[in-house]
Design a protein around this ligand. Sequence first.
Ligand code: CP
Length: 317
Amino acid sequence: MRHFTNVKDLGDLKQAVKEALEVKANRYGYSHLGKNKTMMLIFFNSSLRTRLSTQKAAMNLGMNTMVLDINQGAWKLETERGVIMDGDKPEHLFEAVPVMGCYCDIIGVRSFATFENKENDYNEKILNQFIELSGRPVVSMEAATGHPLQSFADLITIEEYKKKERPKVVLTWAPHPRALPQAVPNSFADFMNETDYDFVITHPKGYELDPKFVRNAVVEYDQKKAFEGADFIYAKNWSAYADPNYGQILSKDRAWTVDTEHMEWTNNAYFMHCLPVRRNMIVSDDVIESPQSIVIPEAANREISAQVVLKRILESL
Ligand code: CP
């Protein structure tokens, strides 16, 4: 593997999950791979899980790690060519990225959608500039339109918990006070569409995701109908994708908050969320604290998804 930016980079998903379970059972068994290699983690946005799990995965593989928060201690970066740099950004990405590449062997990048320019967001402008300019393998640690390390961890978790070969998995929109990107639901749909699960997406009208990610998934606007018979409920907020409302909040309807009554509509489903989660907006206290909530093992699998990806990149260096 050279870069990791979406589900396709993993190849055969069944094989990837098998490898993940092997790595999980023997996470220090590959520490020779990263000897004298350095992983650099670049954050344009905040993180708890991605920062810690990716560092841990790199350390499990014997790598050194360096973490840079662009907005705390680094020079602010200009990203557009042709700009007269007389403002508050003293450095251009065009110099900064190749310099970063000089100091490491693999780069992880977190750079969310800005909602300023849909074309730039959906062309993954920042992530692709790292791929073009760093000269290093690049791992998406959540980019503008996808969060594949998260979705790979989600898939591993579903495979560990599922009680039938083809579980019903429901991705449900839930309310949130801020406008959030579509990266997590996009990637989750991308991964689920590569499985043979019964996959359903439910959201209020106006929250349709990019058809490129939805593909043949069933979209059900009636949340109750969608939840019926579900084995896994994956809750997430996202802002509108479709024009002219790109990046906007269209609803904060708390009837969509996943509470005990919602979970009673399901087949005793497991509850999932990528975290961080706003309690009593996305999910009620009762549901996230219930035995059916698997948000912690899901987060724990972030270490494993990152380790499989880094292992494969190291093996190909
Ligand atoms: N799920 C996830 O990516 O968490 P962080 O934003 O804390 O990294």
